[in-house]
Design a protein. Structure first.
Length: 214
């Protein structure tokens, strides 16, 4: 029997592999893994990696991208940060630093292979996964992923319908850098977001309340 979820989260939060045994240039600062998970969470938000603000705060999506994502989901901050209902699990748990142009680097390569399968093996109640960005989509969709984020998100209906008991919805990153993408693809707000909001509300609503509403 493997470690409990609590012990596994403690291991992750104490991880120093990208500094002590890195696969490439070491992390340029002290690690600060940022994630949230519980045995009862039914919704998982799977992003890329913390940015500078999240690295400073230790709170996932505590930035303008998080505000936009919560708007897409139509949830309050209290709902989004209710760890009993929502797991927030980026592909890389630590802020990876920036390149010479000031853009965030990709998630560290050491992170996902070391922790991801072990962590999701513990999260048996997850019913809906929001796959935010290409890194999350490639890892979790495998052969189902498109050749680009646009192609993958355009196929959201097929991906959702064939993803089994744990349904997946691919999303673009909610960064301001994607404002042009959102304007160029109006179907995202007109077609995908209403479905996303219904699915999110379904998994966030306690089963007893859901039965009363029927």
């Amino acid at each position: 029997m493997g470690p409990s979820l609590e012990h596994l989260l403690a291991e992750i939060r104490g991880c120093r592999v990208c500094v002590e045994k890195p696969q490439r240039k070491p992390l340029p600062h002290m690690p600060r893994p940022v994630l949230r998970a519980s045995k009862t969470a039914r919704l998982a938000v799977v992003g890329q990696a913390p940015g500078t603000r999240v690295h400073a705060s230790g709170v996932p999506f505590s930035d303008p991208s998080g505000e936009r994502l919560r708007g897409w989901m139509n949830v309050t901050e209290d709902e989004f940060y209710d760890v009993g209902r929502v797991a927030i699990i980026p592909m890389g748990f630590c802020y990876p630093g920036q390149d010479t142009k000031g853009a965030d680097l990709p998630p560290r390569p050491e992170c996902a292979p070391r922790w991801r399968s072990r962590l999701f093996d513990q999260l048996t109640q997850i019913e809906l996964m929001l796959l935010v960005g290409g890194y999350a989509q490639r890892w979790h969709l495998g052969a189902s992923v498109g050749s680009s984020v646009t192609e993958t998100v355009q196929a959201w209906r097929e991906i959702h319908d064939r993803s089994g008991p744990c349904r997946c919805i691919p999303l673009p990153h909610p960064s301001w850098r994607n404002n042009g993408w959102l304007k160029a693809h109006p179907w995202f707000e007109a077609e995908l977001l209403p479905r996303l909001r219904r699915e999110v509300r379904q998994v966030l609503t306690p089963a007893s309340a859901s039965r009363r509403a029927q």
